[in-house]
Design a protein around this ligand. Structure first.
Ligand code: GCW
Length: 706
């Protein structure tokens, strides 16, 4: 049964109906559920096949129809799927102007004399998105007969970045091997590729970068282009474009040229020919993602050319075919003694206005690297003439891998809602990213995928919510994290309010708990080397200064924190004056970012009246108790969630409780060794000596190159 459900994309309608009937006969919770079907698991209650009509035929509309037939409990009204320019809709005089090419409209309408629920949009893909919106509405309790929704995506490119290597490993991946079986492609198209596309389309994700930004030149070879083309073919009817990460030195490695200098005509010609070759195989190829001059990757700086010169050369190669270049701003160098948090801004800001029209600069949410909490990146709002693409990390490299429950909705919305103040109040990162603030048509959001071949795709049920939240926010950055959490929980676990309430509440506290037990009050980058999993605030011996946790916390006997004000690195000057003014003073800096911006004495008085040290300890303790509470909430829903998913989650929560204590204890043992203070009354001593924590090693932890 499990297998049949999971391969549902390949089933015929008749097979489906019998499958659903058989399922419906069993008590809901007795069914094993390995999570493969994500938030799209067929609802058991649907017995009668709904009346769904497709007015014009296309592979995408057929898919949309199948999805509705599969999922809908027969609604009171027949559902009609049609493109907005279908002659049958002419008398409705639909207002399609604001829909763009991907927006949908769902509303009751009389079509061919029959009262119906109309799902329409200007393109097939828009109608498909509408069909998924109907399914979502039903699963979250809406009355379909009353449905009247118009929705268009705010962000144009809604893209997953796979850090998948050609050997099947995934950099920072914690859900098994890569989904792409490069070896058997292009011949074998695993049905799972279709299921993957379906899940993405249900969220409106419309692009996929197939390979790691630490790219191998071979990914652009003829053999791999053919493999990428096979995936593109599977994804196309789901409205998904394929992109590739490009290695900047590929003209040397693949093309046999002596240089990859972007101003060398032979180099430009090589990329033009390569792009033409790709477009012959993949006519709707999206374009290139590039990590250049970052962490050892080659780039234009190797030839004393700017990032703009590098990006524009590639942009010219894909422009005739309608492609884009997503050029990452994640750059920092050990040769630059300046604060790492400042380096990307220093390098990129002067290039504003110099990028070609089809280039987006892709910027991580914060200036360091996907930490559990970072202030928003100062580049947002600082390059008004350049489309700024937001890069979020869905995979939890620094947030407990697959095992810790950390719902990232609040992290994502925290950055989207942050006010850059670059054009006065309300200049939020969301408005920079969706192009509204500075008037860009081209806009994008990228999420580093948390996907692999684990049956549940993401390594845990709750990690699926992070994929879900990314997709929903890329469609509409104004959605709130808790609305998304609830909506996901309802579709994933069913409508029982006890389960939905528990799951939503656990999710909404989880990220803050993780911040508390790993690095409260603005501390960051305290993890151990290589694997980035457990604590290592003591690490101070790595080759590059800015790889050491001690570089970030600067703790000594007198105090802790990174002074980024005028007396320190003055990184705050990279923010708009209104923001910088607030951050200049520790009293007006948000306490959760305090030690990111300030170096303060251990006895600094916090707003609570506690000393900084007391407050830190309190936060570590709060982190642990919150996870214990999450565990108790999950225990309360035992028997209300299928056993398979309940058990795995319960065990993962046990791991998380154990490891939250480990993080807390190791961190406190280290801070005490530095500041010579003791723990406030009532706070338990660490379970081990500091030396024990320092001795822990995890050379084989997943997600690293071995
Ligand atoms: O977060 C760091 C990771 C690297 C990653 C890099 C990047 C793909 O530790 O594994 O490389 O960022 O974003 O380029």
């Amino acid at each position: 049964m499990k297998r049949r459900l999971s391969r549902i994309g390949a089933l015929t309608a008749a097979g489906l109906a019998s499958c659903i009937l058989a399922t419906a006969a069993m008590p809901e919770m007795a069914r094993a559920n390995d999570g493969y079907d994500l938030w799209l698991a067929p609802s058991a209650a649907g017995t009668a096949v709904p009346d769904v009509k497709i007015l014009s035929d296309s592979p995408t509309l057929r898919i949309a129809g199948d999805e509705l037939r599969r999922d809908l409990k027969a609604p009171a009204l027949p559902v009609v799927l049609a493109k907005a320019d279908d002659p049958a809709l002419a008398s409705l005089r639909l207002a399609t102007a604001g829909m763009g090419t991907e927006g949908y409209l769902i509303r009751p309408a009389t079509i061919a004399g029959r009262p119906s629920l109309l799902v329409t949009g200007r393109t097939d893909t828009a109608v498909l998105y509408g069909a998924f919106a109907v399914i979502r509405a039903q699963r979250t309790g809406a009355d379909l007969a009353q449905l009247n929704v118009a929705s268009a995506p705010k962000v144009k490119l809604r893209v997953l970045n796979h850090w998948d290597n050609l050997d099947g490993s995934v950099e920072r991946g914690y859900a098994g091997q890569s989904l792409w079986d490069w070896w058997t492609l292009p011949d074998f198209k695993d049905p799972r590729y279709t299921d993957y596309a379906r899940a993405n389309a249900s969220l409106g994700i419309n692009g996929v970068v197939l390979n790691n930004v630490n790219a191998k030149p071979e990914s652009l070879s003829a053999a791999y282009i053919a493999k990428a083309a096979a995936l593109a073919e599977v994804f196309r009817p789901w409205g998904i474009k394929v992109y590739l990460s490009a290695r900047f030195s590929a003209p040397i490695e693949l093309g046999g040229l002596k240089t990859a200098d972007p101003l060398d005509p032979q180099v430009a010609a090589w990329w033009q020919a390569k792009s033409a070759e790709i477009y012959r195989a993949i006519p709707d190829f999206g374009g290139f993602l590039v990590k250049a001059n970052s962490e050892g990757q080659p780039g234009p700086r190797d030839y004393h050319r700017s990032h703009a010169e590098g990006a524009n050369m590639l942009a010219a190669a894909v422009a005739p075919h309608g492609g884009v270049v997503m050029w990452r701003a994640f750059v920092y160098a050990e040769t630059d003694p300046d604060d790492r948090a400042k380096q990307a801004y220093t390098e990129f800001r002067p290039l504003d206005g110099k990028f070609a029209d089809n280039v987006l600069v892709q910027v991580k949410n914060g200036a360091i690297d996907f930490q559990p909490r970072e202030p928003f990146h100062p580049l947002f709002g600082a390059m008004p003439r350049t489309p700024m693409m937001l890069e979020l990390q869905i995979t939890k490299e620094y947030l407990g891998f697959a095992t810790h429950l950390a719902y990232l909705g609040p992290l994502f919305t925290e950055v989207l809602d942050a006010d850059t103040r670059t054009r006065g109040k309300g200049s939020t990162v969301a408005k920079v990213v969706d192009g509204a603030l500075d008037g860009h048509d081209l806009s994008g959001m990228a999420g580093v995928a948390n996907l692999g071949r684990d049956r549940d795709w993401s390594g845990s049920t709750f990690n699926q919510a992070n994929w879900y939240a990314f997709g929903r926010l890329a469609w509409n950055p104004a959605l709130s994290a808790d609305v998304i959490a609830r909506e996901w929980a309802e579709q994933t676990f069913g409508a029982d309010p006890r389960v939905v309430d528990a799951a939503t509440s656990m999710m909404m506290e989880s990220r803050e708990a993780l911040v508390d037990y790993t690095g409260p009050l603005g501390l960051a980058h305290l993890m151990d080397t290589g694997h980035h999993y457990g604590p290592g605030p003591w690490v101070d011996d790595l080759a590059r200064p800015e790889w050491n946790p001690t570089y970030y916390h600067k703790a000594d006997r007198n105090g802790i924190g990174f002074d980024r004000t005028r007396t320190g690195s003055n990184a705050i000057a990279q923010y708009a004056p209104a923001v910088a003014r607030r951050l200049a003073d520790p009293r007006t800096t948000p306490e959760e970012q305090l030690l990111w911006f300030h170096h303060l004495p251990w006895d600094w008085k916090m707003h609570s009246g506690r000393t900084l040290w007391e407050q830190m300890v309190d936060r570590y303790d709060r982190g642990v108790t919150t996870v214990e509470r999450m565990q108790a909430q999950w225990r309360d829903v035992k028997g209300l969630v299928d056993e398979e998913r309940w058990n795995k989650t319960a065990v993962y929560l046990e791991i998380q409780v154990k490891e939250a204590r480990w993080w807390r204890d190791a961190s406190l043992a280290y801070w005490m060794s530095v500041n010579g203070l003791s723990l406030p009354a009532g706070s338990a001593a660490p379970a081990h000596e500091l030396a024990w924590y320092k001795a822990q090693r995890f050379p084989l932890a997943p997600g690293q190159a071995h």
